[in-house]
Write a protein that binds this ligand. Structure first.
Ligand code: ARG
Length: 578
């Protein structure tokens, strides 16, 4: 259920009936301050300006036409013509009763499911996964889970970088190790392996030439060489998979559709672009000039798709990928969860593929850009010695730190339970810290704040969840045994009910705008509304009537389910105790 949408429809209809043109939207939003209703409709002001009439008068005309149904209790005209909407208490509680005991919390699947391709994680296999891949992996996975929950068909595309000149050096090194029967050992630590190969490339006589030969052989389809490459790629991918599983990310082997898979299409694509005069030869290279992206002087933006020596580029592969996704995967929407620094590259790929007619007009290409993860020195996050932080090491540290905290907080836990909780808290903290920030901004990575039990953090929400669960243990009652109405007499109960009922519209908004922090903010506000409710409204205290207890326990239970579902969509687990 999407309250905002329901209200927008009602107010839009009333405005039309009051003779206001359709372009003047109702502009419905949740009220910002307590005491001004639950929602506001602010469209009357703009409409009055356009029609040259008095906004308060126009507001009362809208109200005359409004069908309040059983949803709206009353509407007040405030200030210059704001409409403050008070939802009906009974309606709110009916909605909650419908959500109670429903696995989907009374959230219907979308009426028109779309096929959404999400390009995320996509590490370069010539290097071990490092902290630079964290944001895309976490954000992409949250979007995938959320869109899937909504009923869309999500196709995950792990566009791994498994091709390119760096592989020459790695294969040359690998073939030597194989000759020494030491390949297995060498590949166990890929980071060391890459470093060794690089040192040899830079320092060892003749090695660089051999590396280049390998590139040529690889691109020429030499069988021996391809076998070696495949061996390397497989091991590299299995290292990534270990990380995905630690990180509780849904990416699987079958989601890998790597750069090399477009190889055969690249010459076809370049020829087609040349034949159709989309691309031209320029100083030996093949280039698409994009007037659509011309600079201030009017020079078109050049996108090279084939180098002078015949080599293809990252951009060429991306054009092939767009064509594949639109036509083979039948995407309605393609989301690129890619670093903001690649924005020019993606813009070029989007514009060029439209120009080339690679995809139906209706397919939406969206760059879900994200900023950089910074250290507390305000520079891109690095190890103390200035190296790149390996993802595996970072996740290990998160769990270790969480383990200390959990053991401190609850010394009675046995070691195994403690370790399991620590895993969920540590990984959850890292993910939530990232997801809760507006993704387009840079953010400072801080262990202290992400692992804090106060504020907008994963541990805070996980803790709120465990508190509700412990109430149920204390009450000795199961959620399924609750019965009766949900009473919303106190302002805290009412405020909590409104929040709970907003879950659906928050999911719709994240699905549309692809900003997961909106869901985090919502969950945090929900947990805070719960804390206020819990302070003001006794649940199990003596003197609380059976009816009251059941009503309040139902609210508690809905809070727990909403937090668990919401965190679940972010890829974060909850636990019964901590
Ligand atoms: N592998 C690339 C990198 O690490 C990111 C790929 C992003 N996706 C894409 N279709 N270009 O920089």
């Amino acid at each position: 259920m999407n309250i905002r949408q329901l209200l927008s429809d009602k107010f839009q209809a009333a405005m039309l009936a009051a003779g206001i043109p359709e372009e003047c939207g109702p502009i419905v939003a949740p009220a910002k301050k307590a005491g001004f209703g639950d929602y506001q409709a602010n469209g009357a002001m703009g409409a009055a300006k356009r029609l040259g009439t008095n906004p308060r008068e126009l507001s009362s005309k809208i109200l005359e036409q409004l069908d309040k149904g059983d949803m709206i209790e009353k509407v007040e005209i405030a200030g210059p013509g704001f409409l403050n909407i008070h939802l009906s208490e009974q309606w709110l509680s009916q909605q909650l009763l419908a959500a109670q005991g429903d696995k989907r919390l009374n959230i219907a699947s979308v009426e028109e499911p779309k096929t959404v391709v999400i390009d995320y994680s996509h590490p370069n296999l010539a290097k071990e996964m490092h902290v630079g891949h964290l944001r895309t992996t976490i954000i992409g996975d949250a979007l995938a889970r959320l869109l899937e929950f909504q009923g869309h068909k999500v196709v995950r595309q792990n566009h791994m970088g498994d091709w390119g000149t760096q592989f020459g050096m790695l294969l040359a090194h690998l073939s030597d190790k194989l000759a020494d029967n030491a390949a297995e050992v060498a590949l166990a630590d890929l980071e060391v392996f890459y470093r060794e190969a690089k040192v040899r490339f830079d320092e060892e006589e003749g090695f660089a030439d051999r590396a280049r030969e390998y590139v040529v052989k690889l691109q020429g389809g030499d069988e021996q060489c391809l076998k070696l490459w495949k061996q390397f790629i497989d091991i590299s991918i299995s290292h990534c998979e270990e990380i995905y599983s630690k990180l509780n990310v849904t990416l699987k082997q079958e989601d890998v559709y790597a750069e090399s898979q477009y190889n055969d299409d690249l010459p076809v694509l370049v020829k087609e672009l040349l034949d159709n005069d989309i691309a031209v030869e320029d100083q030996g290279a093949i280039v698409v000039f994009l007037e659509e992206m011309a600079d201030k002087e009017g020079n078109p933006s050049p996108m090279i798709i084939q180098k002078k020596g015949g080599g293809y580029l990252y951009a060429t592969t991306d054009l092939a990928a767009i064509r594949y996704r639109a036509n083979q995967l039948n995407a309605d929407r393609i989301l690129y969860v890619v670093d903001a620094r690649q924005s020019l590259h993606l813009q070029q790929a989007f514009v060029a593929s439209r120009k080339a007619g690679f995809l139906p007009e209706s397919v939406s290409l969206e760059h879900c850009a994200f900023g950089t993860m910074m250290g507390d020195d305000g520079k891109p996050f690095k190890t103390r010695t200035g190296g790149t932080v390996k993802l595996a090491a970072l996740l290990e540290e998160a769990v270790e730190r969480a383990e200390k905290l959990v053991a401190e907080k609850n010394p009675e836990l046995d070691a195994q339970t403690c370790a399991e909780i620590a895993r969920k808290v540590g990984i959850g903290a890292v993910k939530y810290a990232d997801l809760s920030k507006t993704r387009t901004n840079d953010y400072i990575f801080s262990w202290e704040s992400m692992l804090s039990f106060e504020g907008n953090t994963a541990p805070y929400l996980q803790y709120a969840y465990t508190r509700v669960r412990s109430i149920f243990r204390k009450a000795g009652i199961e959620a399924s045994e609750l019965k009766g109405d949900i009473n919303l007499e106190s302002p805290q109960e009412r405020a909590l009910a409104v929040k709970l009922n907003q879950f659906g519209e928050v999911l719709d908004q994240v699905a549309k705008d692809t900003f997961p922090h909106v869901l985090c903010t919502y969950l945090y506000e929900l947990a805070s509304a719960y804390m206020s409710f819990y302070e003001a409204c006794p649940v199990l205290k003596e003197g609380v009537s059976e009816e009251q207890k059941h009503s309040r326990l139902q609210l508690c239970n809905l809070v727990a389910s909403t937090i668990a579902t919401g965190l679940g969509l972010l890829g974060i687990e909850v636990m019964e105790q901590m």
